[in-house]
Design a protein around this ligand. Sequence first.
Ligand SMILES: Cc1cc2nc3c(=O)[nH]c(=O)nc-3n(C[C@H](O)[C@H](O)[C@H](O)COP(=O)(O)O)c2cc1C
Length: 307
Amino acid sequence: MVDLSVCLGDIRMANPVMTASGTCGYAFELNDFVDVSALGGFITKSITLEERAGNPPQRTFETAAGMINAIGLANVGLERFCSEKVPLLDRMEIPVIVNVAGKGVDDYVAVSRRVAGLDCVAGLELNASCPNVKEGGITFGTDPCAISELVSAVRKACPETYLIVKLTPNVTDIAQMARAAVDAGADCLSLINTFVGLAIDVETRRPVLGNRTGGVSGPAIKPMAVYMVNRVYEAVGKPLGVPIIALGGIATANDALEFILAGASAVCVGTQMMIDPNCAMVIISGIEDYCRRHEVASVMELVGALE
Ligand SMILES: Cc1cc2nc3c(=O)[nH]c(=O)nc-3n(C[C@H](O)[C@H](O)[C@H](O)COP(=O)(O)O)c2cc1C
């Protein structure tokens, strides 16, 4: 019998497979397609203080081996999240992690403080890939000082909450950002968010996306994501005992296993859920099969087992 369970701090998950923020709404949208309770955990769409309509269309476009999106953090906002979505999330039998985003540190703190107090919430994931408007448009996650300020402020506001910081790959050295997040109080790191990209319609000579640029996701980004997870694991995760949630192009059990061997304690499936909502279930059983074939008693034995 294979033990697929993993722990992120006090959060115990029956298996290491979750869904990626922004790709599966607020969970109940998945109910018609898949048994959500069989997932290891669920991560919500980014929640911001105010409701956001998001970017003008076109907001998504299929690329070779993936997609590019510029949704623009469209979401119902904190108040509607609490009144409309939380009663449904309350019924979930698996750990729920709420992804938090904002225009400035104060926004993140306000949303985190409110959400962290909800019974159904096992932890927070700070989306550190948003532009910090007050600081002039740089992205929190691309500046170690900005990420440090953000994480310290949320940590201070929510001292007991399990805090995951989601890192952007759009940096020279992601390990430097990981270190800054952990030093400021992150319990766990998740990586990666999307790569900035541009798709052009050659007939009109205009960008395909209404926002001009977007974030590239899907199988095309997987090798870079695996490298970054391993880099962060070796430089920060392993020496400091900080778990990593990995994502970026996972479509099969082998993809998930690559990330686990690279150092991830859990994984998320994003873009592939839009192609096959059942893929998470196939990935879970594929990981179990692998463990059985390789006589691995617990999936945790594989974390960072890359030679
Ligand atoms: C349509 C779409 C919407 C997304 N929205 C969010 C979001 O609201 N917050 C966030 O932190 N990441 C968001 N992401 C990024 C994903 O969570 C994930 O980090 C990224 O897509 C890489 O994983 P994948 O290749 O498996 O999709 C979004 C990705 C996609 C494709």
